[in-house]
Design a protein around this ligand. Structure first.
Ligand code: LLP
Length: 420
């Protein structure tokens, strides 16, 4: 199978969905369901696409670990030259364990604790992306205690409203908790310039998630570049400009963000400013490289609806119920003569909100069928929980014909670990 000619991951080969060269039926047989499966070759292709698009400027892909923090994936991304965008001490731990270099790690988030700041400084991360004055004061104090200078950039809130599919994933406008208000930014840098233990080296912006239009990025970038010019005049030794992540992918037939188009507008501007460009892609590197395989347990009909009850639900993939997220669902093997019907695909959790799809018209599954829930590589396992006593699923990495268990399925003992 020529990987090079595939236009999408998880193609149907001989009537059955495959990952790389391995049939999804075989993977489910071997590892059980529900099961997360990732196509490593596809992830490599995504990283290569970003590197090629942004080749015209010194850049760092700081992969957003929150999208999928599996160690094997982090290790692979590290090998491909990526760093990390982290948001907690736990993600720092993961990134370091995966062998990522601290000097390629940026740390964002509005609630960094003393311990988290200390750990990041101990490792010598590239920079903190700072979200408030109070946080920066704390960083300065921790740095003083350790006798180091903390490198940071301010995450500015550019007050750009980027259309995102759900209001929970918009961040770049003034009504969210993220970033420092535009009007307070200069003052904060000015204060920092006088602090012995602070080194202002960057400027950062992140406008939201699942954005498919380059325009809001360019609008935010232009505002930030103007600010960068002013900061330099104030004597700030800026090294990097971080445009965050949020690059949208295609969940249905609609287009994802055109990365080459985005780059064609971003690269010249940042190169001209003589800054290193940081990008924080999460979903756009791993999202469509993953599927959730789940098996149909029962069919059930009420007067109004037909339910396809599967063995994975909101505990495995919360995006449909939390954000109204759309995930295409396919029969892994599509037998002849199955008619299309409109169904709700629901999980076993005791919540009415436990569904993978509502009113979905699809080839009618039968009990025992295997379903592939597409585009689940980002914010799938990462948001999985043990609710209802569920054991989090296994994760498998496929590379061509090579199959690796990247995380074993949790056991009942895992469920009570740490309890008295
Ligand atoms: N950088 C920062 C500062 C972020 O807050 C995020 C995501 C990213 C980068 C990466 O965004 P991405 O490229 O993956 O879109 N759970 C939601 C998405 C939440 C995103 C939170 N921040 C979902 O499933 O759609």
């Amino acid at each position: 199978m020529g990987q090079g000619v595939l236009t999408g991951p998880f193609p149907r080969v001989g009537g059955t969905v495959h990952c790389g060269e391995v049939s999804a039926e075989d993977l489910a047989e071997r590892f059980g369901t529900p099961l997360y499966v990732y196509d490593l070759a596809w992830i490599r292709g995504r990283v290569a696409l970003f590197h090629a698009a942004f080749a015209g400027v010194d850049h760092l892909l700081a992969y957003s670990v929150k999208a999928n923090g599996n160690l094997s994936i982090l290790r692979e991304l590290h090998a491909l030259g990526c760093g990390a965008d982290i948001t907690s001490g736990g993600e720092l731990f993961r990134a370091i364990r995966a062998g990522m270099s601290p000097d390629r790690i940026v740390f964002a988030g509005v609630g960094k604790t003393w311990e988290e700041i200390e750990a990041a400084l101990d490792h010598g991360i590239l920079a903190f992306n700072v979200e408030s004055r109070a946080e920066l004061e704390r960083i300065a104090e921790v740095a003083r205690g350790l006798g180091v200078r903390a490198r940071f950039g301010v995450r500015v809130n550019p007050d750009v409203l980027a259309p995102t599919p759900h209001r929970y994933t918009a961040t770049g406008h003034a009504a969210t908790k993220f970033g420092v208000p535009w009007t307070e930014t200069r003052e904060l840098y000015a204060w920092a310039l006088e602090q012995e233990h602070l080194a202002p080296v960057g400027i950062d912006v992140h406008i939201g998630s699942q954005i498919v239009d380059p325009d809001p990025y360019v609008r935010a970038l232009d505002r930030v570049l103007e600010l960068a010019g002013e900061l330099r005049q104030m004597g700030v030794g800026l090294e990097y400009l971080d445009i965050g992540g949020g690059f949208g992918i295609s969940y249905d037939d609609g287009p994802g963000l055109d990365i080459a188009l985005l780059a064609s507008r971003v690269v010249p501007r940042v190169a001209e400013a003589g800054l290193r460009l940081l990008l924080e892609p999460g979903r756009s590197l791993v999202g469509d490289a993953g599927v959730l395989l789940t098996r149909v347990q029962y069919l059930k009909r009420s007067e109004e609806k037909t339910f396809v009850i599967v063995d994975g639900g909101m505990s495995e993939l919360i995006r449909p119920s939390h954000y109204g997220g759309y995930h295409e669902i396919q029969l892994v093997t599509s037998p002849e003569g199955r008619k299309a019907q409109t169904v709700d695909v629901v999980g076993p959790i005791c919540e009415t909100g436990d569904f993978l799809a509502l009113d979905r018209t699809m080839e009618m599954p039968a009990a025992g069928d295997l379903l592939a829930v597409r585009t689940s590589g980002a914010y799938g396992f990462a948001m999985a929980s043990n609710y209802n006593g569920r054991r989090r699923p296994a994760e498998v990495l496929v590379d061509g014909r090579d199959v690796r268990l990247a995380r074993r399925r949790e056991t009942y003992d895992d469920l009570i670990r740490g309890e008295a």
